[in-house]
Design a protein around this ligand. Structure first.
Ligand code: PGA
Length: 270
């Protein structure tokens, strides 16, 4: 199979899958640093209407960033949340609290949450249901570890992660769901999945969405790639048939580099 910038020829469904480029700032940037980023970044992308742009800062920056983004066409999302509306859960943030701030998106099940904070496919499922119930757009992160890839378990791991995430989700309310394929071995390591590996994994995820929900939802669900996305690989990844955007960590911390990723991803789709 040939990989080139011709997804429009391959996939007539992709018209409904608008490119989404999301920044995951992890535990970086104070509120002032977050708004300063937006001030420098927005002029660089304000013509880039072919893509939706999402910034996911630390919880403490959400109020200031939501405020600063209000007059700009940039979305603001949280990196995590609890599934309950309220309760005795020290240190946690609820979906009600996020929507009250004006947050529109939430990352769910990022591999760092799974690795360091004991998140499981089951909690991902609970959080996904809560996000949908509160009209937050969930970005569900899945991906295999290096040892799983080396043991030829990638397909099984992805199918299991997606199917448990989608357990008992009513297809009638599932349209907002976004997935992110983030191979754990590519996150923060400088090792990006090759276009072939990424495309194959995205196809597996899409097929599992078809089985768990419906084929129509599988065709319209956006699946982002994440893991060492940089300005110089954004185009070759985002031109692929089943890749509908990127979830960017390190390279999203600097306005110029993140803007270049947005531009190059758009170039990949055209
Ligand atoms: P990275 O992180 O771009 O620094 O590899 C991606 C992510 O963790 O979402």
């Amino acid at each position: 199979m040939q990989y080139c910038c011709c997804r429009g020829l391959w996939n007539t469904d992709n018209n409904m899958r608008k490119l989404l480029i999301a920044a995951n700032w992890k535990m970086y940037k104070t509120p002032n640093e977050s708004t300063a980023f937006l001030t420098s970044f927005f002029p660089l992308v304000k013509q880039s209407t072919q893509a939706e742009i999402l910034l996911c800062p630390a919880m403490t920056s959400l109020p200031a960033l939501v405020d600063a983004a209000r007059s700009r066409s940039v979305f603001v999302g949280a990196q995590n949340m609890h599934w309950k509306n309220e309760g005795a859960f020290t240190g946690e943030t609820s979906p009600v609290m996020l929507t009250a701030l004006g947050v529109t998106h939430v990352l769910i099940g990022h591999s760092e949450r799974r690795q360091y904070f004991a998140e499981t496919d089951t909690t991902v499922n609970l959080k996904l249901k809560a996000a949908l119930a509160h009209s937050l757009i969930p970005i569900v992160c899945v991906g295999e570890k290096l040892e799983e890839r080396e043991a030829n378990l990638t397909n099984n791991v992805l199918e299991l992660q997606v199917s448990i995430a989608l357990e008992r989700i009513d297809p009638a309310i599932a349209a907002p769901i976004v997935f992110a394929y983030e191979p754990v071995w590519a996150i923060g390591t400088g090792r990006t999945a090759t276009p072939e590996i990424a495309q194959e994994a995205h196809k597996i995820i899409r097929n599992q969405i078809a089985q768990s929900l419906t084929p129509a939802l599988a065709a319209s669900t956006r699946i982002l790639y994440g893991g060492s996305v940089k300005p110089d690989n954004a185009k070759s990844l985002c031109c692929l048939e089943d890749i509908d955007g990127a979830l960017v960590g390190g390279a999203s911390l600097e306005p110029k580099s993140f803007a270049e990723i947005v531009h190059n991803a758009i170039a990949g789709q055209s």
